[in-house]
Structure formats: C-alpha cells, structure tokens
Design a binder for this molecule. Structure first.
Ligand SMILES: Cc1ncc(COP(=O)(O)O)c(C=O)c1O
Length: 392
C-alpha cells in the first residue's frame, strides 16, 4: 500500500468543525442500543401516511412518472400550494416565481438562509428552538443571535426582547409557531405585537408554520394575514407533520420573487428537484382536503390533555401546549438537571425523552416529551415515569 496515501489528511471546514453535534442524535444513538424502550423522543407522527396519498404516488410510478421535474416543482403542485396559502391568508402568490417546492422545510430554510446571508449577517433565533436553525444560520455564514423565551412568560416571545435584538442590527428573524419544542402558539393579538416590531425595524421574517394544522385551543393565524408582511416574509410549510409524511421529504416556501429566485439558484445547483413521487403524493394530500389532518389532530389533542395532567400530577410542571405535539416539562423538582434526568429515566425505566439543552443553552431544567406516539405507549411511559418519580 502507498504509505503516502495512508498519511493523507485534509484540513476540514472550520465552520462545520465548530458546530456542536445534535443533542438529540447523541442521546438517541444510546437509545438504539437498548431493548424495550418506550420512546417519547422523536418529533414525527406515529401515524402512517393516509393510504390514498401513498396510493397516488405508487400509481404515478406505475404510470411511468420517474423523471426530474421543473426545478421549482411541478407547476400543478405550485398552483395548489398557492391556492392553499390563499385560503389561509387571502394573499395571492404567483406559482411561477414566488413558490418553490423543496425537500421539506429543512431544505427550504437552508437555501433561504444561504440566499440572504452575507458573512457575519445577524439572524435572530427564538429559543428554545428546533435544533437546526442556529447551525443553518452559521453554515450560511451568518451569526445566530439567540433570543431566549422565559419560563415566566410560559415560553412565549416577549416583544421587548425581540425589539432589543432588532436594535442590534439583525437582518432576519426565524419564527416558528406552534413551536418545537415548547408547543407554544400565538393568538392574532399576540402576533400583531410581534408584527409591529418587525415592520418598525424593517426586518425579514422567516416564518416556519409547519405545525399550523396541529393547534388545539384556537385557530392558527398565519403571519401572512397581517398587512405589509407579504413583502418581508418568507413563509415555510410542508407535509411532514400535518399529513404524517416525514419520510417523503417534501415541503415548500413562498417568498418575494427576488428571494425565491436566489433560493432557487441554490436549489437548482444542489438538489435539482424534489422527488417526483413525493410531489404526486403532495398533490393528492392537497386535493383530498383536511379530513385526515383533522382526525389526527383530534387524537393528538386527547393525548395532550392526558399527558399534561399526568405530568403535573407527578410533580413535573408542564404548561398546556397550544399546538405541535410536544410538552416542555420542568424536571427541576427531581433535583436533577435535564441530561441527568433523561439518562436516569432511560437507564432505570427505559423511557426516552429529549433533554432541554438540545433546544436551548437555558434548557437544563426541562425535557421535551413528544406525544406523537400511540396512546398505549404514552400510558406505559406515564406509568413508568410515575414509578420513577416516586422512587427518587
Ligand atoms: C419546527 C420545525 N421545522 C422544520 C422541521 C423539518 O421539517 P421537514 O420534515 O419538512 O424538513 C421540523 C422537524 O421536526 C420542525 O420541528
């Protein structure tokens, strides 16, 4: 063997080397080595994709639709997405140049951040947040400015904190509601305060509304409903959560044409297009209305009510989440921090939850529990957790 080759090494990207590994991955690598674990860790629906959606994709393949599509996604699907956004916001988006079909909201967020960031540009991330946002800002060359939501505010964004960040010259803010991991959502009145600040400081809003169909106490109001927001918003949504389609990898963005064009440039060079069968499946999902979504929503609400009352009963303070399918539960009464709690719960009772530090540097008192798991699993997990708490 050529000795020189075995000694070869390359200097790796300093940006990527500097990123911490995902807190969730680290923990779940451990879970995978164990048997009989009840996992309330993952953030994906336990339901399978409704059969008629699956069938439409299979049928499209049988008919020979196996090619690339337009980079932006099939025009027919973009038109359907434009109609859906119109029904939610009353805004008309041009499917030709304001909508892009992407590999989930994940790709959409990545390409938009890369499309807008120049080196060092500041992008605000509202914490606790979905784990990808800050790393994506950094990978795009930007600087993530984290705004912490406080327990005293039941994890709602305090408009004063947003205003302080705006004064610090941020270019954009990533806003997600209903929120992963807290389940927090915002009423129209609450949103209007946030919108007023965004307009006052002329900030771009990146609005990730992927859980918009999963709300339990009041209807979701899209940020697009507020005057003056269309031109300063990139709207993200997809099929993963509401339609139980995580594995299909399909979502979309709606944006002012110049941002959509820049994002599409990256998408063209890196992705080409979203898989055609997933696009057929998405068209069927939109064609069939929201009966499936409503049925799943009803079941999530039943689980939410059960799990929140169980957790509070065992001394683990939990606010009632208004949407998504997570609780953000305070474990400080156990005397342990979130990582110690999650590790001990896993080793003693084989229940997997995610330490809050995965979502925020201030998350050491909290764990995220997903109720996107069957009612039986949730019941079993609650039984085990009750025993766990009583033995502490
Ligand atoms: C807030 C949020 N945005 C985006 C995503 C990723 O969505 P997608 O499957 O469409 O890439 C997730 C997944 O957990 C999420 O929680």
């Amino acid at each position: 063997m050529n000795k020189k080759n075995t000694q070869f090494s390359v200097e790796l990207s300093r940006i990527i080397s500097g990123l911490p590994p995902s807190g969730i991955r680290e923990f779940f690598d451990l879970v995978l080595t164990m048997d009989d674990v009840v996992s309330l860790g993952v953030g994906e629906p336990d339901f399978s994709t409704p059969w008629h959606i699956v069938e439409s994709a299979v049928f499209s393949l049988e008919k020979g639709y196996t090619s690339y599509t337009s980079n932006k996604g099939m025009l027919e699907l973009r038109k359907k997405v434009a109609n859906l956004i119109y029904s939610k916001s009353g805004l008309r988006y041009d499917p030709e140049n304001e909508i892009l079909i992407t590999v989930g909201v994940s790709e959409a967020m990545d390409i938009v951040l890369r499309a807008i960031c120049n080196p060092g540009d500041k992008v605000a991330v509202i914490k606790p947040s979905y784990v990808s946002y800050s790393p994506c800002v950094i990978m795009a060359g930007g600087k993530a400015v984290e705004i912490e939501c406080k327990k005293e505010n039941k994890f709602k964004l305090d408009p004063a904190d947003l205003e302080a960040a705006c004064k610090d010259n941020i270019k954009a803010v990533i806003f997600n509601y209903p929120s992963n991991p807290t389940g927090v959502s915002y009423t129209k009145e609450e949103l209007s305060e946030i919108v007023a600040i965004i307009r006052k400081y002329n900030i771009l809003l990146l609005s990730d509304e992927i859980y918009d169909t999963l709300t339990y106490d009041f209807d979701h109001t899209s940020i697009l409903n507020f005057p003056g927001m269309k031109e300063r918003t990139v709207y993200f949504n997809g099929f993963s959560k509401g339609y139980a389609m995580t594995g299909w990898r399909i979502g979309y963005l709606a944006a002012p044409p110049e941002i959509a064009a820049m994002a599409n440039k990256i998408h063209q060079y890196t992705i080409l297009c979203t898989p055609i069968m997933a696009q057929f499946a998405a068209m069927e999902a939109l064609r069939s209305g929201d009966d499936d979504v409503r049925a799943m929503n009803k079941e999530y609400k039943r689980r939410r009510n059960y799990i929140v009352s169980q957790l509070n009963d065992m001394g683990l303070t939990t606010f009632l989440p208004q949407g998504a399918f997570y609780t953000y539960t305070d474990v400080s009464s156990s005397g342990m921090n979130s990582i110690a709690f999650a590790k001990k719960l896993l080793s003693d009772k084989k229940v997997a939850v995610v330490p809050g530090t995965a979502f925020s540097s201030c998350g050491s008192d909290f764990i995220r529990i997903s109720y996107a798991s069957s009612f039986e699993n949730i019941k079993e997990a609650m039984l085990r957790m009750k025993e766990f708490m009583s033995l502490l």
